[in-house]
Design a protein around this ligand. Structure first.
Ligand code: 5FX
Length: 556
C-alpha cells in the first residue's frame, strides 16, 4: 500500500450551520493549523443569527444565504494563507457539509464553474449562479405535508425507511425539493443541478459539478441505501426530472478530480492537489472519531445533539437514520439526531443557573442521580426525535424506586426547582439517547462512548452520560471531529486513489493512532451497574410518556 508522502498536508473543512472551519493535518495525522469563519460575526452583512434566517412568515422555514458560504470559503483560504500555510504542500482536500441542506444551480452555471477568473473573488463570480438564493437547511421543519405525500406514494413510512434508510423527515432534501417543485415550479425548472452543501463546496474546489457521495446522499429520502443508487420510486414521489438534476452518486473515498486552476493561480495550490468527495458532517465525524466496530458509540454535543454508531446489519425503522459507512465499502452508520442540543441546555442554564456553566454544573452535581423521579422534556425548537413542537413538559414519578415500574405513576407539574430543572434537562436528553439507541438496535451497553462537539468539554455532562449509559466516556483531543474527519478522509481518498482501489481507513493510522491528533482518552469512568440499571427502568417510563406526548401533540 502507498504511504502518505513525507511533507504532504491534508486539508479538511467543515461547512456547518454557524461557521466554516478548516483543519490541516500533516502526514503523521497531527493537526498543524486551524482556522474558522463565524458567519454572524465575520460576515455580519448577511445579518444571520446563528448562521440562519428563521422566516417569521412561514412557520418552521429556516434557510441560509448560499453566497455567504462562498464568501466564507475565500475568507478562510485568505486567513490560512496569512498564517503561513503553504497550499502547495496540500496533497488532497475534502470537507463536511451540514447534512440535508441544498443548493440550486441555475441553468448554465456549469460553464461558470469551469471558467472562474482567478483575479476576482469567488463571490463576484457566483452572484447569479443560483435559482434560489436561500438554501433550505437541516433546521427547517416546514415540509411535513411533503414527507407524508412521499411516504404515501412509496407505500408508507416504513417502506420509505426500508428503501432510503429513514422515514420522511422534514429536513431531508427530498421533501425540501418537493416543496420547491410544488410552490415554485418555475424555480425548479430553471435549476440544472441540485447539490447538497457537501457536494456544492466540492464543486467549487473542483471547478465542475461534484457527485453527491453515498453517505450524505442517504440523508435525502431519495437513495436506495442497499444498491447505492437513486431510488426510482422515491424520485418519482418527489419531483419530475429529478435524477438528471442530481447527477450520479459516488463513494465518499473517491476523487472528484484535481483542484480547479482558480485555486492553483490564486492560492498557489499544486495542480496535483486532489479534491476528494465531501460528505456530511456526521459521516465525517464517524471517521474523525475513528469509530470502527459495532458497540462504539459517538455522541456529539453541539447545536444539534447526535448519536452515531456502526452496524453491519441495520434495521431501518420509524426513528433514526441509516447511512452507508463513509469510510468502508461495506457496512452502515446509524444515527439519531436531536435538534434541541446546546441551545436548549443554554436556555435552562440562563433561567436556572444565572447564565453560568459553572453554576449549572454545581447544581447538576449537587442533585442525586435519577433526580428523585423528576423527568423533563425540553424543546426550545421543534424537535426531530421525537417529532414534537416547542414546549417544556415536566413530570414527577410517584413510587419510583428504580427496581421496576410496578405501581409507578406520573404526575405532570408546571415547574421544578432550579437544581432539579438542571438535572432534568441533562438526564432527559441522555435518557432519550439511550432509549432510542436501544430501540434502534445499537448494542447495550455500548462498549465505549466517544463524546465530541462543543459541550464535550463539560466534565459534569460527561459524568452524567457515563452513569446513564453505564459505560466509559472518552474524549478526543479536539472537539471539531467533522473537519478533522474531513482532513483524514482527504488522506484516505488520496491513498485509495494512489492504490487504484479501496484501502481500509485503519491502515492509515493503525501504527500511529496514539501519537496522532486522533487519539482519545478516558474522561469519565462507567458509573455503577446498579445506577445504570435504575436509569434503564426510568428510561422505559420516559419512552411511555414520550409516546403519549407524540400521540397528543406530535407532527403526523
Ligand atoms: C443530521 O441529520 C442533522 O440534521 C444535523 O446533525 C446536521 O447535519 C447538522 F449540521
Amino acid at each position: 500500500m502507498a504511504a502518505l508522502p513525507p511533507g504532504s498536508l491534508f486539508l479538511g473543512f467543515d461547512s456547518s450551520t454557524q461557521s466554516l472551519k478548516a483543519t490541516v493535518l500533516d502526514c503523521n495525522l497531527n493537526v498543524i493549523q486551524l482556522d474558522q469563519i463565524h458567519f454572524d460575526s465575520d460576515l455580519p452583512h448577511y445579518k444571520t443569527k446563528d448562521g440562519v434566517y428563521r422566516d417569521p412568515s412561514d412557520s418552521g422555514r429556516i434557510v441560509s444565504p448560499t453566497l455567504m458560504w462562498i464568501e466564507a470559503l475565500d475568507l478562510v483560504l485568505q486567513r490560512l494563507s496569512k498564517s503561513g500555510l503553504d497550499f502547495g504542500k496540500v496533497a488532497a482536500l475534502s470537507g463536511s457539509g451540514q447534512q440535508h441542506g441544498s443548493v440550486y444551480w441555475k441553468n448554465g452555471s456549469s460553464s461558470l464553474l469551469s471558467s472562474l477568473d482567478s483575479n476576482k473573488p469567488l463571490l463576484d463570480q457566483f452572484r447569479n449562479a443560483f435559482s434560489i438564493s436561500e438554501s433550505p437547511i437541516w433546521m427547517d421543519s416546514s415540509t411535513t405535508a411533503q414527507c407524508r405525500e412521499i411516504e404515501q406514494a412509496v407505500g408508507g413510512a416504513i417502506e420509505l425507511a426500508r428503501i432510503t434508510g429513514s422515514r420522511g423527515y422534514e429536513r431531508f432534501t427530498g421533501p425540501q425539493i418537493k416543496k420547491i417543485f410544488q410552490k415554485q415550479p418555475d424555480v425548479y425548472n430553471s435549476t440544472e443541478r441540485i447539490s447538497l452543501v457537501s457536494s456544492f463546496m466540492a464543486s467549487i474546489f473542483a471547478g465542475k459539478y461534484a457527485s453527491i457521495d453515498h453517505a450524505d446522499g442517504a440523508g435525502m429520502n431519495l437513495m436506495d441505501i442497499e444498491k447505492k443508487t437513486w431510488s426510482k420510486v422515491a424520485l418519482e414521489a418527489t419531483a419530475p426530472g429529478l435524477e438528471e438534476k442530481l447527477g450520479a452518486l459516488a463513494p465518499a473515498y473517491a476523487v472528484v478530480g484535481p483542484i480547479a486552476s482558480y485555486f492553483v493561480e490564486r492560492y498557489k495550490f499544486s495542480k496535483d492537489c486532489l479534491v476528494v468527495h465531501w460528505s456530511g458532517d456526521n459521516p465525517n465525524s464517524l471517521a474523525g472519531l475513528t469509530l470502527s466496530v459495532p458497540g462504539d458509540l459517538g455522541i456529539s454535543l453541539g447545536t444539534s445533539d447526535t448519536v452515531i454508531g456502526i452496524s453491519s446489519d441495520p434495521k431501518p425503522g420509524l426513528e433514526g437514520h441509516v447511512f452507508p459507512n463513509p469510510v468502508d465499502t461495506k457496512g452502515y452508520m446509524v444515527m439519531l439526531c436531536y435538534k434541541n442540543g446546546s441551545l436548549t441546555r443554554e436556555e435552562v442554564r440562563n433561567s436556572c443557573a444565572q447564565s453560568s456553566w459553572e453554576t449549572f454544573n454545581k447544581l447538576l452535581e449537587q442533585t442525586p442521580p435519577l433526580n428523585g423521579g423528576k423527568l423533563g422534556f425540553y424543546y426550545k425548537d421543534h424537535e426531530i426525535l421525537p417529532p414534537l413542537p416547542i414546549g417544556f413538559h415536566r413530570y414527577i414519578l410517584q413510587n419510583f424506586n428504580g427496581a421496576s415500574l410496578e405501581g409507578v405513576s406520573e404526575q405532570e407539574v408546571k415547574e421544578f426547582d432550579p437544581p432539579s430543572e438542571v438535572r432534568a434537562i441533562v438526564e432527559g436528553q441522555f435518557l432519550s439517547m439511550r432509549g432510542h439507541a436501544e430501540r434502534f438496535g445499537m448494542p447495550v451497553p455500548p462498549k465505549r462512548i466517544i463524546a465530541t462537539g462543543g459541550a464535550s468539554t463539560n466534565q459534569s455532562l460527561l459524568k452524567s452520560i457515563a452513569s446513564v449509559f453505564g459505560c466509559g466516556v472518552y474524549t478526543v483531543q479536539r472537539p471539531d471531529s467533522a473537519s478533522l474527519g474531513a482532513a483524514l478522509r482527504a488522506a484516505h481518498g488520496w491513498i485509495c486513489n494512489k492504490n487504484g482501489s479501496f484501502v481500509p481507513i485503519a491502515n492509515l493510522y493503525s501504527d500511529k493512532l496514539e501519537k496522532s491528533s486522533l487519539s482519545c482518552k478516558l474522561s469519565a469512568s462507567a458509573g455503577s451497574d446498579e445506577v445504570a440499571s435504575k436509569y434503564g427502568v426510568m428510561m422505559k417510563k420516559r419512552m411511555e410518556i414520550e409516546k403519549r406526548l407524540v400521540e397528543k401533540l406530535g407532527r403526523h
